[in-house]
Design a protein around this ligand. Structure first.
Ligand code: GAR
Length: 217
């Protein structure tokens, strides 16, 4: 049976698009069973509808409290029989209601090198801090904020002329590479979590050395 994923989104959905594209190309063997948004007007929902992927807007304002809102999301994900939940630009912090319903079965993409810069506006924070590298992280979601076990990270350099927008765009390109790959590894049963450590079966050894920024002269 196909590996089924549910994708949670809040906005424009370029990471969702990367998953759709990877799945069409056959480099991701997973079926996107449903796309759910807390924002019924999210452009991401239109991206899914164009591909005949089922969508559902679940507006928190229609529920008396957070657990009731999250219970509605859990219901939808369970009805769609998803094996994995992917937070792809989902801008609400999840509580235990969802996390306990899908233990070790929720992943998130975050636009920084965790554990540096959890939370929001992280590209701006990276620039303000003056770091030389930032990047993105795909990690399992636990009850901490952006703190669960890390599956894969990609690094990008910061350039002196970077703005929040140019840095975000550079990071986003990497997000689109690493998110589908992480999902594929999980779909193929290659990912094991032991405590904080995630191992991926069959990864080849790297041959290049470490990175410096600015480059050594
Ligand atoms: C992405 O950069 C993603 O990493 C970030 O929101 C953007 C969504 O873009 N997620 C978070 O900051 C989660 N805290 P997208 O809608 O085009 O995929």
């Amino acid at each position: 049976m196909a590996f089924r994923v549910g994708v949670l989104v809040s906005g424009r959905g370029t990471n969702l698009q990367a998953l759709i594209n990877a799945s069409k190309k056959g480099v991701l063997s997973a079926e996107i069973a449903v796309v759910i948004s807390n924002n019924p007007k999210a452009p991401a929902l239109e991206r899914a509808q164009k591909q005949q992927i089922p969508t559902k807007g679940i507006d928190p304002r229609a529920y008396p409290n957070t657990p009731a809102f999250e219970e509605a999301i859990v219901q939808e994900l369970q009805n769609r029989k998803v094996d994995l939940v992917i937070l792809a630009g989902f801008m609400k912090i999840l509580s235990s209601t969802i996390i306990r319903a899908f233990p070790q079965r929720i992943i998130n993409i975050h636009p920084a090198l965790l554990p540096s810069f959890p939370g929001l506006h992280v590209q701006r924070k990276a620039i303000e801090h003056g770091v030389r590298f930032s990047g993105c992280t795909v990690h399992f979601v636990d009850e901490s904020v952006d703190g669960g076990p890390i599956i894969i990270q990609a690094v990008v350099p910061l350039e002196p002329e970077d703005t929040e927008e140019t840095l975000a765009a550079r990071i986003l390109k990497k997000e689109h590479q690493i998110l589908p790959r992480a999902v594929q590894w999980i779909a193929k049963g290659r990912v094991k979590i032991e405590g904080r450590k995630v191992t991926i079966a069959g990864i080849r050894k790297r041959d290049e050395g470490s990175l410096t920024n600015p480059p050594l002269d």
